[in-house]
Design a protein around this ligand. Sequence first.
Ligand SMILES: NC(=O)C1=CN([C@@H]2O[C@H](COP(=O)(O)OP(=O)(O)OC[C@H]3O[C@@H](n4cnc5c(N)ncnc54)[C@H](OP(=O)(O)O)[C@@H]3O)[C@@H](O)[C@H]2O)[C@H](O)CC1
Ligand SMILES: [K+]
Length: 672
Amino acid sequence: MNVYTNNIVTAAVAFPFIAFAITVPYMIYQYRKFGSIPWLRTIIVYSFVFYLMCAYFLVILPLPDDRSAVVAYAATPQLFPFNFVREFLAQTTFNAGDPSTWLATLRDPYVYEAIFNVLLLTPLGMCLRYYFRRTWWQTLLIGFSVTLFFELSQLTGLWGVYAHPYRLFDVDDLMLNTLGAMVGFWIVGPALRLLPDIRLVNEEAREAGMRASATKRGLSFFIDVFVAQTLSSIVIGGFGTAGLESVARSQGISWGLVSMSVDFLFYLLCFVIVPVITKGQTPGQMILKLRIVRPDASPARWYQYLARYGFLYALVLAPLLALNGIVSLDPSRMPEMGMLASVIADHRAALVVCWIALMCAWALSLIVRAIRSAVKKRPFVMLNGILSATRVMTDEAVGVERDRKNPLDVDEVSALESLIEEGGTPLSELMERAGIAVADEVRAWVPDPAPVVVLAGSGNNGGDGWVCARALAEAGYKTTLVTPDIAERMKAEPARSTALAVFSSASENDLPLSVLVAPDADVLADALDDAMAIVDAILGTGFSGTELREPYAGWIRAANRRRFEGSRGKGRGFHRKRRFERADHDRARRSLPRKVKDAPFAVAVDVPSGLSAQTGALARPTFVADATVTMLAYKPGLVKPQATRYTGTIELARLVDTAPYTARLREACGDR
Ligand SMILES: NC(=O)C1=CN([C@@H]2O[C@H](COP(=O)(O)OP(=O)(O)OC[C@H]3O[C@@H](n4cnc5c(N)ncnc54)[C@H](OP(=O)(O)O)[C@@H]3O)[C@@H](O)[C@H]2O)[C@H](O)CC1
Ligand SMILES: [K+]
């Protein structure tokens, strides 16, 4: 065991740093993708890299000094399965009826090495199930491959670095390590209920990326001050070298005043002039993709930038200047200074106490506001932000806010589609892009091919669903498309032609796409039970009325049940019926119940079916989505307060550059 302990100590010193170095590119990738670093994922990836390094080194160390050394015990591979059991039985003093022999058994090398070999790959199995979401047979295969790699490293003398094997290739290790991976897989099963759902971490990171956190704002401010101060120091230094200091002094101009003016100009440049040019970004904010805007995300005016940073300057600097004035008042010059100075001089101690009390109150109010904003998950607004009526938002949040503020009515969207078609982009092409945008959203949530159910209606919303199903099947996802009727009988165009094209492409290319035409409730529930994602392409902007007709109502209920009550699994019969009648999500209530842990990810196409895209009115039932990919523009119904619970996060898929068409449309309708 001593060798192992030494190895652990070596690894413990060097590996944390190496593992961190390997994790850094992953952190950069996460920041670029989400605008924030999901810490849970980073910690898991870091621990995983660290663990794999330790495990591999435990297997290949200790390295012999002599590269051509022949290590006798490792020369012949041990190919007899369960040899450790045979050896243990041959040597043991173990007696099940005598507890005094039990502890000694644990100290038997054949026993503790076997336990160690199982434990070695247990974390791998846990990680494969929890983080990489592998199935049991994939874990078995990966566990076995990793073990084989370990054993072959030993058999080949570290891939030829040593002339002879220096550690024993043992078939028992192969079995026990693989068993360890499976033990990890099994023990993580019950823990999955308690552990945070790793799939949601991405979404949290994306949400965090949308927020202009205090860290990002602080960092951007630090960069700006650094830039302004560096530039100003260079210029002042340059002036000094050019001999301007002595010139200024000879003219009776204070050099301190010159330096302060140069500082001021560079601060003005960074905090006001650059934002005016960049429409709201200081240099630091450009790097961190932040922007100064009005509270409603509309562009701020030049005087607001000036006010924002002027107030900040005053709020930070004025108290310091005041304190300096109080403390450094020169009593010898009192007669020239008048009333105020003598009052200050008489009450200097009291004024300093007042100053400290004021600063403490200010700091306290900052802390209280920071805690309140953290608890309420609202952005922290500084006093200078309130006074200048400006906020700092991420570029992405500004874009989303502006899109939300300018929704298009359903009939305007139809008019927009016609304009786009006249502009040369056929509707079938829009449908193609819409379907692919939805498939991309599914793939962002479920990155590895997994079973997906696409519920497709008979209108053009359904057409988007057909394209999405084809795109997912092309990417290897086992896709089941549910439709009320065969493609030939669809009425809407371009949905019908699109569905027919998808159908023939699927059979020509042998895609993993199966089509269920008007399935009965059990067949549909079976498909939903297996699904890792559900796409709602039932109804979009064409939905009208307050009730949903069958079969759509039944489909939506089944999908919501799967996500809020779980798969039917083993609970068939009475138990299943009782659970399925409860249908908690179907009742009108202010908040939805929690999803089950293995709930498939749900995406709505354009708008969740049952939610009126125009008014936001909710039909019963309404599809509950984790994300909605809405096409061309936000619709008014999506931004109504009651809609959020059903839409989840909203992604706008523009499909084309809509700006010129929207401008023409707004011209035609009269600006709103
Ligand atoms: N137009 C385009 O080229 C593009 C459209 N996109 C997508 O299309 C939808 C809008 O498609 P549309 O065909 O206009 O309408 P829907 O698919 O949303 O719905 C039409 C079907 O809905 C049925 N319906 C209406 N109300 C109910 C109800 N209460 N219960 C059940 N069924 C209902 C209706 O049936 P009818 O029997 O009344 O005819 C229709 O079958 C849009 O949302 C986009 O997703 C593309 O994105 C871009 C190209
Ligand atoms: K939909």
